[in-house]
Design a protein around this ligand. Structure first.
Ligand code: ZN
Length: 550
């Protein structure tokens, strides 16, 4: 599962794509993805790992090839055609195709931006016959044995039609050529690296590409603990909008961030202390919080396939196979340099418009990122009233996301106050100012989803309490004499809602505060021309640039 790509930025959409965009329009659409260089220093890798890395980067390019096939049957022919057009319009088309990994614009509800292709991305991508309906699939599945049904609905098969009859084909057969190449590269990388857990994972995953059984390699991925942190395989099912069954191939070739990992461990060691001091009635406290899912902080060297189209992934939680999750849990991977690139290209310009000049110096990536980490950690504490999720139904996610944001602030303030982190006025100004600016980044994506709704709730609550104030020029600032108490009060209210599974209370709070006020709408309206996301791939779809190096 991913955090960011699920957000559909309604406010940032192109109104309509009835006509194929011309050069100016395409450039405007592409400009929503700011070109960035991802910063990562691989110099500290051992020589064998450097050699393994070279193999894995080639493997990532093959994942792009494979994903194009999965996304749409016409993708490879179209990519070839676009690559031959060297006019400015041709290049702009190729670049936007490559950002989206297909002819449909991810930020515009998957509408086509090229002529001669379906007007919208086929719901079932290339996992099913394009003309197959959901009903036809279900009628067919009803005729199958239990085992055949599992195959048909499984992550790792495509459905094809043969003489009018549907049948399931395993990925290992459908994509045999690509997967054999990938398998060979992963075995070669495994032979090079000296890290035992990476060697095991790569060998098992290489075998899985050919056997179509990913279980053992998913388990090995949970145990992976290596400077080269690799995620490669079929994972997310978002591109199967028809039935949500089929997994897309993606790759993240990352470098573990040891300094951040040490910080995480330090936080993990203090979570019981935070729990014991949360601003809520003592009877809701958990005397012994469970072990939380592992979190890794990494820097991305390259991403590919499903992990590199549309809005760039900033964090992911895998695997999705319930059998593995039951046995080993799941692991959260946070891509620090991707977050940093998004911060640089979207949050910094947002802050220039929403914060007063005097606060600009307090915008801090370290504070922003530390708060994201604290958010993830605090999902694991607070009252886990057995039925809170069931009782609060559709409201639970927005309340839980707000709770993680606010409890994250509470936790960091607690650590400042108890000298667990270097605190003081400077650290506090950076934390709350960066949090205020990032509220606008989240709200820009709309309120139809839990993070946006939860953020509107927080913003409006803190605004009412006078912890956020406005200036006559329309900018917003933090009142540092009020913010700490207001955060504490808000945290108390959110934690108590969850402790009591209070649906009516959550509804009243969200109805009153979970919306865009006119002042918020006007502030967000001024951010339209700021990039939505990043484009870290400088190849812009020119395939020769890597193929010649293989
Ligand atoms: Zn969250």
């Amino acid at each position: 599962m991913r955090t960011l790509p699920a957000l559909l930025p309604i406010l940032l959409m192109t109104p309509s794509l009835a006509i194929t965009p011309d050069l100016a329009e395409l450039e405007r659409m592409s400009a929503r993805f700011a070109p960035v260089e991802l910063r990562v220093d691989t110099a500290a890798l051992s020589a064998p790992d450097q050699q393994a890395l070279a193999k894995l980067i080639v493997a990532a390019h093959y994942i792009d090839d494979l994903f194009l096939t999965q996304y749409w049957s016409g993708n490879h022919a179209l990519w070839d055609k676009l690559g031959k057009d060297k006019t400015p319009l041709g290049k702009a088309r190729l670049r936007y195709f490559w950002i989206n990994k297909g002819p449909w614009s991810a930020l515009d509800e998957h509408q086509a931006f090229l002529a001669g292709v379906p007007a919208r991305k086929p719901l079932g991508a290339n996992f099913y016959p394009e003309d197959m309906t959901k009903q036809q699939f279900e009628e067919w599945v009803a005729t199958l044995s239990q085992e055949q049904k599992q195959e048909a609905e499984g992550f790792f098969t495509v459905i094809r039609r043969d003489g009018g009859r549907l049948h399931a084909v395993p990925f290992s057969k459908e994509y045999a050529k690509d997967l054999q190449r990938l398998s060979k590269l992963l075995h070669e990388a495994a032979a090079l690296t000296t890290n035992a857990s990476l060697k095991t994972f790569l060998n098992l995953r290489a075998d899985a590409f050919l056997s179509n059984d990913y279980y053992a390699s998913d388990v090995a991925w949970m145990d992976l603990d290596a400077p080269l942190d690799i995620t490669i395989g079929p994972y997310e099912t978002y591109n199967d909008e028809l039935l949500g069954y089929k997994a897309s191939y993606e790759a993240y070739i990352n470098l573990r961030d040891d300094a951040e990992s040490a910080k995480l461990q330090f936080f993990a060691n203090h979570m019981q202390d935070i729990e014991n001091n949360l601003p809520m009635d003592g009877k809701y406290r958990n005397p012994k919080i469970g072990g939380s899912s592992p979190i890794r902080v990494v820097n991305q060297i390259i991403s590919a396939g499903d992990g590199a189209h549309g809005v760039q992934t900033a964090a992911y939680n895998l695997p999705n196979d319930e059998r593995v999750v039951e046995q080993k849990g799941s692991k959260r991977v946070m891509l620090k340099n991707v977050q940093e690139a998004k911060f640089r290209t979207t949050l910094v310009p947002i802050a220039r418009r929403v914060l007063p000049a005097s606060a600009q110096g307090d915008l801090s990536f370290d504070s922003f990122f530390t708060h994201i980490v604290a958010h993830e950690m605090t999902h694991g504490i607070g009252p886990h009233h057995a039925n809170a999720r069931q009782e609060m139904k559709e409201l639970y996610s927005a309340i839980e996301e707000a709770k993680a944001d606010v409890t994250g602030l509470f936790m960091l303030q607690y650590m400042f106050d108890h000298k667990l982190l270097p605190g003081g006025a400077d650290a506090e100004r950076k934390l709350y100012t960066s949090y205020l600016a990032s509220a606008f980044r989240t709200l820009r994506f709309g309120l139809h989803e839990a993070h946006g709704k939860g953020m509107a709730l927080q913003f409006n609550y803190l605004r009412e309490k006078g912890a956020f104030v406005t200036a006559s020029d329309g900018t917003f600032a933090v009142d540092f004499s009020k913010i700490k108490a207001a955060v504490r009060d808000l945290d108390h209210d959110l934690l108590t809602l969850e402790a009591t599974g209070d649906y009516a209370g959550a509804k009243a709070m969200l109805d009153r505060l979970g919306k865009l006020t006119p002042e918020l709408e006007s502030a967000i309206g001024k951010l339209r021309d700021i990039p939505t996301d990043i484009d870290p791939d400088s190849s812009h779809g020119e395939r020769a640039s890597w193929r010649t190096r293989v």
